[in-house]
Design a protein around this ligand. Sequence first.
Ligand code: PMP
Length: 440
Amino acid sequence: MSALFHRSCTANLPVADTGNGCYLVDTDGKKYLDACGGAAVSCLGHSDAAVRDAIRDQLDRLPFAHTGFFTSQAAESLAELLVHHAPDGIARMYPVSGGSEAVEAAIKLARQYFLETGQPTRHRIIARRQSYHGNTLGALAAGGNMWRRAPFSDLMVETSHISPCYAYRDRQDGETQEAYGLRVADELETEIQRLGPGTVMAFIAEPVVGATAGAVPAVPGYFRRIRDICDRHGILLILDEVMCGMGRTGTLFACEQDGIAPDIVTIAKGLGAGYQPVGAMLCSARIYDAIRDGSGFFQHGHTYIGHPMAMAAALAVLTRLTDGQTLPRVARAGDLLHSALHDRLGQHPHVGDIRGRGLFRGIELVADRATKEPFDPALDLHKRIKANAMQDGLMCYPMGGTIDGQRGDHILLAPPFIVTDDQIGQIADILAGAIDRAIA
Ligand code: PMP
């Protein structure tokens, strides 16, 4: 019997043994084509020599130096490179060890910014329903999944939730994409007025929604309206790019494609690419300067922030992502993946939508293609598709449920950026078979 406390107490998982390129191999020698990067993590595949060498060099040179005593060359270089490539206005990088920690830091920074600039009544967050921003208490409070929040609701910072921007599902008859985007963005204005403008500190959202909806980008114009509303009320815009950032959508930051710049942005997953647990919170000069000129001390931190080996890994990953070749390839491979999915599944009677950007694609399964009626949630279709795909040697990321209107079953694809054209074809083929067997 295993002594390992697995999240799913009934899980019976294969034991991963080795990783090479886009493949993982278990201890029985079975090979799995990784079409989801785990959870959009492994963007450079499982055996990148440059990242491995960077970690080894750092291990030989200096495995750990506490940030209370030292900075490190790797952390300094990573911050410089990240800020250089970040959206306009971003001036500082705060290192963390993962996505939830990045969101937690963002929430604390927003609060501290308003405390130090003499606006102590600003403590509320507005987020979107059906969103996921992590599992620590602050990040969980920001998230809009009431089922996840329920056991801990007594412990949470005050957050309210507006509609997400899911044009594929929620657009009214005859409404243009743009009109729909502005209508749902304007819910932010309404919510700010309801709560009182002087009480709200931040709005948080994912530019392309990953784990809870399956790679859903906002419609054009949505985030520009959100940015305007935040500016009008002096509210900070936090963009959570933990899943969709680091080149996943074809640009280093997903929000580049929405034409806006956040005040704070969180990244993780693809930053360490699976080689090290690492994330970062990036913020504007205005916010950083307010803390520096105020108390001079950010009241948040963990022992392992800025771990030199995590920084070295992230620096090697980011160097690759900014080499001028990798991201154009993501955009091209993403188009190919989209066409392959359309070829195999575009006319499928139970595929309601295929969407996404770059190598971040989602497939929605529906009982009825015309009405987009979802399958009975009791069928757990997404889990059956995942199980079939695993049987056939393919890793894809399932999601589903009906909680809080988060209807239907989705499959998320986020393969490594080194995926070949052949492998893209295999992903579409194996997935189509897994879907057919799950529905039959
Ligand atoms: N934000 C988003 C958008 C995420 O998708 C996730 C993880 N799925 C997190 C935050 C939390 O990241 P982590 O699991 O690294 O704590």
